[in-house]
Design a protein around this ligand. Structure first.
Ligand code: CP
Length: 299
């Protein structure tokens, strides 16, 4: 049987994603310490970039499900010495049950998926961050119910998270309002594929009008540190602050994948305020990934 992969939200059907979100909520709300579906199974985790939430949540998920997670850094493996990705994917997938990668280039994850005999999970690339979206959507379902038909606002960089939000709008059928500087718009092909669910607005306040969920991310992601100063100028009018949240619905919630920079993309009073659900969102990385691992490995 061909393995299923999770390189983006489009690798699963909308029905599969819905089921996965409901399963994540079930795993969280009805914990069963004796449930060990991944006993004897091994997840290889390849990290080209730093991580707190992704690494810990995958490692804990495997441990709680009775399996094992291997942390592999390119520096300490032949990946860092130029062994071809195709060969690495064949070798690693001959010994483990699933591979999770956090890589600079999305091409690396795509190449692994092409040559792996076990499921490959995207733990963040320059193009997508689908695992984070599972946690975000789970959080919305938990706190507010189904996200279908709701209005979500993305403010800031048209980056990997924004791309995954556009995919989520397609798969979970919500409206996505985006406010971003002209030079930092998301990829046009991804936007076009989402149809009229995605709309662009000149200001954060306009984009947040009547929104049920407001989301942002850092102005300079990992690997963009050299651009920090230019980005601070480009994004200075794209902060989520009290004024922006006031434009949203009174019961709107605020999410951020973390880590956050208070005073840059979000003001402290918003991220530490009553509408912020960022720590529930962070914890849900664990539950959502358990559901994902179960779906991919136990088929
Ligand atoms: N949100 C997220 O992916 O966090 P980490 O970079 O800590 O894994």
């Amino acid at each position: 049987m061909q393995p299923r992969h999770f390189t983006s939200l489009l690798d699963l059907t909308s029905a599969e994603l819905y089921a996965l979100i409901l399963r994540a909520i079930e795993l969280k709300t009805k914990p069963n310490l004796d449930y060990r579906p991944l006993k004897g199974r091994v997840l290889a985790m390849i990290f080209e970039k730093s991580s707190t939430r992704t690494r810990i949540s995958f490692e804990v998920a495997m441990a709680q499900f009775g399996g094992t997670a291997l942390f592999l850094s390119p520096r300490d493996t032949q990946l860092g010495r130029g062994e071809p990705l195709e060969d690495s994917a064949k070798v690693i997938s001959s010994m483990v049950d699933c591979i999770m990668l956090r890589t600079n280039s999305h091409e690396t994850v795509a190449t692994f998926a092409l040559h792996s005999r076990v499921p490959v999970i995207n733990g963040l690339t320059d193009w997508q961050h689908p695992c984070q979206l599972l946690a975000d959507i789970q959080t919305y379902f938990e706190l507010r119910g189904d996200i279908a038909g709701k209005t979500v606002t993305w403010i800031g960089d048209g980056n990997n998270m924004c791309h995954s939000y556009i995919h989520a709008a397609q798969q979970f059928d919500f409206k996505l309002n985006i406010a971003c500087p002209d030079s930092y718009r998301p990829d046009q092909a991804i936007v076009d594929a989402a149809g009229d669910r995605v709309r662009f607005f000149a200001s954060p306040e306009q984009a947040a009008s009547q929104a049920e969920l407001v989301v942002t991310d850092v102005w300079a992601s990992m690997g963009q540190e050299d651009e920090q100063k230019n980005r601070e100028i480009a994004f200075r009018n794209f902060q989520v602050n009290a004024q922006v949240m006031q434009a949203a619905r009174a019961d709107a919630i605020f999410m951020h994948c973390l880590p956050a920079h208070r005073g840059e993309e979000v003001s402290a009073d918003v991220i530490d305020g009553p509408q912020s659900v960022v720590f529930i969102e962070a914890e849900n990385r664990l539950h959502a990934q358990k559901a994902l691992l179960e779906f991919l490995i136990c088929r």
